[in-house]
Ligand binder design. Structure first.
Ligand code: SF4
Length: 478
């Protein structure tokens, strides 16, 4: 028995293989070719959408966009690696018709057209909508922290800079003291450091201190609380050190991304309304159920969602619910019933807490309710408060919070379903290594994430429908 033999490399063939034969009939690359080939790149705002009349011909935006989409779908995101694929990957050679742009051309294309990739993502979603892959009934919103191109060692907060400056001041003080002592006794220093070494160290510390002070001045001028030296737009983020807050609104029918976004915020408190309304627009839904975790629970956001016709299911944060100022257990606020007709609260002991006064702090108006006499004579006071009486605050939009709390209680299965919907997206993107950005700057990482979201939706659509159905849909669209 012999092994299977390959072809002789020196064999001259009568009919050499055409580039078309490199790619199978059901290869995903054919979908990329059909989708990008049918895009109106000029309408999407891509540069060089029309060939220049003079000068050296440029690469068509279609070709570079195809290369990026192919790369993101196959976990190849860097411009140098994409350039390498144009020379060795038969599918890429087929896709680009043997064009071989260099890495700089490839990188410049992503940078120069960074604002256009979200439009491409939306065009693909439009196709998915026509194929009825979106249910447009329930979306889950969630966020994750993706790493920026910025080491934590090149990121400082105001607090860190203040502490570092104080440490340097103490070191400078110490070195100056030792130099003074040396001058006084006119003798060699007792420590291991010579006078020259001490002076060199002082110069280094002074230079570093001045750098820290420049950054502190810059932060004070801009009102920022932190500075990132490599990617100035990145922020300190839990779990990843320095990064961005990536948001997705995912349609529940097939776990497809309806809306992707990247923000700098370190929490999700301001993201519910923008993400939910963007998903509502993209899904062309007049009503939409929205589920998110407790990190999105914010009264103002819930109110705006209600006004936009969205039905939210966001559990309240329970961190300090039912705890007094010292952490001791007390009746949680949910044990107190608001009686709207009388504008008062009914407490667990059956007493009424009357309206007393209103305040407005940090843009939030609150009313306060209490009855000193009732609490003074209450046998349950020890379980209710550590103060002389219990005071209950009520936000001006608390009725919205209560309505939404009642919905969460009525449908706990929706809150549980949230995890299964969004986990698929973030799990896949992490598996593909897309949870670390390669580019710097907010606009650039937004472009990157639009490509990641598009490649995720494309892969999902390929798995759900297969290449022939998607190709047929694109041909019908054309
Ligand atoms: S302490 Fe006051 S608010 Fe609390 S249960 Fe007693 S009467 Fe009600």
């Amino acid at each position: 028995m012999s092994y299977i033999e390959g072809v002789d490399r020196n064999q001259t063939q009568l009919l050499p293989a055409s580039v078309e034969e490199y790619v199978g009939e059901e290869a995903a690359v054919r979908v990329i070719e059909a989708f990008v080939g049918g895009l109106d790149v000029r309408a999407l705002g891509f540069g060089r959408a029309e060939p220049a009349g003079t000068g050296r011909p440029a690469y068509a935006p279609h070709d570079l966009l195809k290369l990026y989409l192919y790369g993101y779908l196959h976990r190849i995101r860097s411009s140098r690696r994409l350039e390498a694929e144009t020379k060795r990957n038969l599918e890429v050679i087929w896709l680009l018709r043997a064009l071989r742009p260099d890495f700089k051309t490839i990188a410049d294309f992503r940078r120069d057209n960074r604002e256009c990739f979200k439009g491409v993502f939306r065009r693909f979603n439009l196709l998915l909508r026509k194929l009825e892959l979106f249910g447009a009934e329930l979306v889950a919103i969630d966020g994750a922290k993706f790493k920026a191109v910025n080491s934590p060692r090149r990121h400082y907060t105001v607090k860190q800079l203040t502490e570092l400056t104080a440490q340097i001041d103490a070191r400078i003080e110490e070195y100056l003291g030792r130099l003074d002592a040396e001058d006084a006794v006119h003798a060699d220093l007792p420590a291991a450091l010579t006078k020259e070494q001490l002076q060199a160290k002082l110069a280094t510390l002074t230079e570093r201190r001045s750098r820290y002070q420049d950054w502190q001045t810059e932060l004070a001028a801009t009102g920022q609380t932190e500075i990132s030296l490599t990617d100035p737009d990145s922020r300190g983020q839990k779990q990843v050190g320095v990064g961005y807050n990536v948001q997705v609104a995912v349609d529940a029918k097939h776990d497809l991304i309806a809306e992707p976004a990247v923000v700098q915020d370190q929490n999700d408190l301001a993201q519910l309304h923008p993400m939910a309304t963007a998903a509502q627009t993209q899904l062309a839904a007049t009503t939409l159920a929205v589920v998110a975790d407790a990190g999105y629970h914010e009264a103002g956001q819930l109110e705006k969602c209600e006004q936009a016709g969205l039905t939210t299911y966001v559990p309240a944060r329970t961190g300090t619910l039912g705890q007094g100022p010292g952490g001791q257990p007390v009746y949680p606020k949910t044990d107190f019933t608001y009686e709207a007709a009388q504008d008062r609260y009914r407490c667990p002991a059956g007493q009424t807490l009357a309206w007393r006064y209103a305040t407005k702090a940090r843009g939030k108006a609150r009313d306060y309710y209490y009855t000193v006499a009732a609490c003074g004579a209450c046998p349950q006071r020890a379980q209710c408060t550590t103060a002389a009486y219990r005071k209950i605050s009520r936000l001006e939009n608390e009725a919205v919070v209560e309505r939404q709390a009642a919905r969460v209680t009525a449908k706990p299965e929706l809150v549980a379903e949230r995890k299964t919907i969004v986990e698929h997206v973030f799990g896949t993107l992490r598996l593909w290594g897309h949870d670390e950005f390669l580019c710097r700057g907010l606009e650039m990482v937004r472009a990157e994430f639009s490509l990641s979201a598009l490649s995720y939706n494309l892969r999902r659509a390929l798995n759900l429908l297969g290449v022939p159905t998607l190709l047929a849909a694109m041909t019908a669209r054309a």
